[in-house]
Design a protein around this ligand. Structure first.
Ligand SMILES: [Zn+2]
Length: 367
């Protein structure tokens, strides 16, 4: 047992100097092309990909097109490349390209293995040298594609495309961009019935959380929205993509609150979340909302930052319309800033927030 702990310690010590890479015994390192791909992958992991700088091991085309060119990097916090050991499970060649399957995992203190993800990359020769590519760049060609307005929709062949919802999404984009005075930006929108289908398209064979009870969920990056369970209309994530980057000086609850006010959360409206939060908090008078920013999840459907952040955003919207909501987006990043903004815009002191929120939840719960 002690020996095992030493090994774990060694692995993580090594990871300070780059992510360790091992190989499945089936990989033939004596094969010249295989060896080239092995070196490519090792070099890439050793090049601090989490810093997202220009990278000689990643293909040029994707680096030119996307600021965050390695789409898997930000799938985990703080990064997929946070030092968890990588094991290359297979390297398979097909015509000119090569599929690299990698497991990111470690052994916990109690000896149990912990698998973060199993992912796939592509390696293709560029001027005679192998370069890495996102799996998504190729897998998406197997999906259907439709451009409606500024949105490039990608969806599985079995999905019947809904134009009405696609147009509704474009109208939503035009409305929010007008009200927040920003230029709408074109983007790719990946949709499927189930979020796991999207993850597979991105190159995941497995990720922690895969196969769990499925409810509508989505994710926005700087130029893509992925969403499962809501078809062509997932406004919450689209709000993040279109608006967030223009308002850097905001608290996390401000952005999540407005996204929920305008686009709901996990497929349900703000009103739906307010009603159940009201009932829950009535049963829990001991929960102190004067420190509400310390709270995370009410349960697996409702999170405090969505529902209470949404309620605060709604009260600000009711009071001063879009223009006050827009000002609210630049009120600072710290918790203190958030409480100050509530006092400034809604005249509620931090010490009165518990009473205020509980009263407003009751009022807003009415049909
Ligand atoms: Zn959000």
């Amino acid at each position: 047992m002690k020996q095992l702990q030493i090994i774990i310690f060694l692995i993580f010590s090594l990871s300070v100097f780059g992510q360790s890479v091992t190989y499945n015994h089936t990989i033939d390192a004596t094969d010249v092309e295989t060896k080239k791909v092995m070196l490519l992958f090792e070099n890439y992991l050793a090049s601090n990909p989490e810093k997202k700088g220009k990278n000689p091991y990643w293909n040029k085309k994707e680096q030119e097109k996307h600021k965050n060119y390695d789409f898997l990097e930000s799938e985990f916090q703080p990064s997929l490349y946070m030092g968890i050991p990588a094991q290359v499970l297979s390297i398979k060649f097909k015509n000119d390209s090569c599929k690299i399957k990698v497991k990111y995992s470690y052994v916990k203190k109690n000896g149990n293995p912990h698998v973060l993800a199993i992912v796939n990359y592509l390696a293709i020769k560029e001027n005679g040298k192998f370069k890495l590519y996102n799996w998504l760049s190729y897998s998406k060609k197997k999906w259907n594609r439709k451009k409606v307005g500024i949105v490039d929709f990608y969806f599985p062949p079995c999905h019947k495309f809904n134009y009405e919802k696609a147009k509704k999404l474009n109208n939503f984009i035009n409305e929010i961009c007008k009200n927040f005075s920003v230029q709408p930006k074109p983007f790719e929108y990946y949709l499927a019935n189930n979020y796991d289908e999207i993850q597979k398209l991105k190159g995941f064979d497995y990720y922690i959380g895969m196969g769990e009870q499925s409810m509508p969920s989505g994710k926005a990056t700087d130029d893509k929205v992925y969403c499962g369970g809501l078809g062509e209309y997932y406004p919450h994530e689209v709000f993040h993509l279109q608006i967030d980057e223009h308002f850097k000086n905001k608290h996390f609850w401000v952005s999540e609150g407005i996204a929920t006010l305008l686009g709901g959360s996990r497929g349900k409206s703000l009103h739906w979340h307010i009603k159940r939060t009201n009932l829950y908090l009535q049963k829990h008078p001991e929960i102190d909302l004067n420190n509400m920013l310390k709270l995370t999840n009410l349960d697996n459907q409702t999170s405090y930052h969505y529902v209470l952040g949404g309620l605060i955003a709604k009260k600000i919207m009711d009071k001063g319309g879009w223009s006050l909501l827009k000002d609210f987006m630049s009120t600072g990043t710290t918790d203190k800033d958030y409480y100050n903004a509530i006092e400034k815009y809604l005249a509620v002191k931090k010490s009165d927030i518990n009473h205020y929120i509980r009263t407003q939840l009751k009022i807003e719960s009415k049909p």
